[in-house]
Design a protein around this ligand. Sequence first.
Ligand SMILES: C[S@@+](CC[C@H](N)C(=O)[O-])C[C@H]1O[C@@H](n2cnc3c(N)ncnc32)[C@H](O)[C@@H]1O
Length: 369
Amino acid sequence: MSTSTSLDHLSQCDSIISSILIDLVWGFNVVKPAQCRLDLGHSKDTIIDMVSRLNYNTARLDQGLLELTSIKDYLRRKRILFKSLFKDHLHVYTLLFHPSTPFEVCFNRRLSSLTHKEEYSLIATKNIPSNTPVKNCLATLTKITPKQDQFLTDSNNDWSVLTSLSSGTRIFLGPARFANHDCNNNCQLQRTKDHINLVTIRCIRKGDEILLNYGPHYFGENNEKCFCRSCEAGCKGAFRHANSANSVNSPVDNQLRTRFNSYIRSSTNSSTNHSRSRSLSSGSSSLTPLSSAPSCLDEMLCQNNHCTNEKLPDSAECYTCDIHRRIYKNSWPMRSRPVDTIHTPTNQNQDSEDSAVSEDSTDSDFMSE
Ligand SMILES: C[S@@+](CC[C@H](N)C(=O)[O-])C[C@H]1O[C@@H](n2cnc3c(N)ncnc32)[C@H](O)[C@@H]1O
């Protein structure tokens, strides 16, 4: 697939699939690599119901989605190679919904407030031991030319680009591209011919963000514009002057301070709207010291911090949690096996096809280092 996969085709597939399986389902608005759109009419409930019924059998979920009239019409005009790429890439996304998948794409309020863009991240929904592939955390790889690479660099959106002497420059698109950078990362990339996946380099606990290291100079020289939590904790990267009185006169630092303050203000405002109408910098609450910023769980799982409570969230207050409950019949991050796939002999083969594990097994299998 990789030799014939063009950036243009993969971008089209990724934009359409992510607009359905990330944006439409979860109410997100992730950055897309291409401008293409598909009019899905009123299919939102149909798609959520389909995901809810078939998440345990992603091959059937793929099939169900490919049979939607809008997708069928879209693919009808495409060549065989494009159709095959679309199906392959669709599967990379439908695996996200499998109950055994140990992570979810979540809105990242902290990073959004710092970068002033809508930022998403991967949050572990189960404990994952060290030196283990993060199950179903995949992306499709394709080669790009130096000209395309320059174009991507010049555009404001950073795509996940890999450069190696043997394979040249390649971009990857798919759920794994939502892994953000931290200078003290907990995962690294593993490449296969056409895909990449993430492998843990230390144990990850439920609620942790899944993080890569993009390299020492990705966010400017010595990552001086890095907003990661490790830089924040160590007063490095973009936070290197955060506690320094000398920084006040620097225009760069003033800009950072504005962003930084807007992050603190928005994170102290607990009544932010749900993910479909995010306000990245909210009104005027008083400034709070950095150390009182909310925990990772508080700020990433849901807009209204309900997920840290064991009780089910009020659907009017957290759209994302509500969708999760609709799909998995359980509160975030639990994924129950849908009732109609349990103990029915006809479904047994399909279940094993996806080699699923029960909801609890990953946690009990977890061995701390
Ligand atoms: C490969 S994407 C990661 C996913 C991204 N958050 C999203 O929602 O599409 C890389 C982008 O994430 C953001 N990002 C990730 N880690 C960052 C960090 N440590 N500091 C600043 N920005 C970061 C930047 O906007 C960067 O362009």
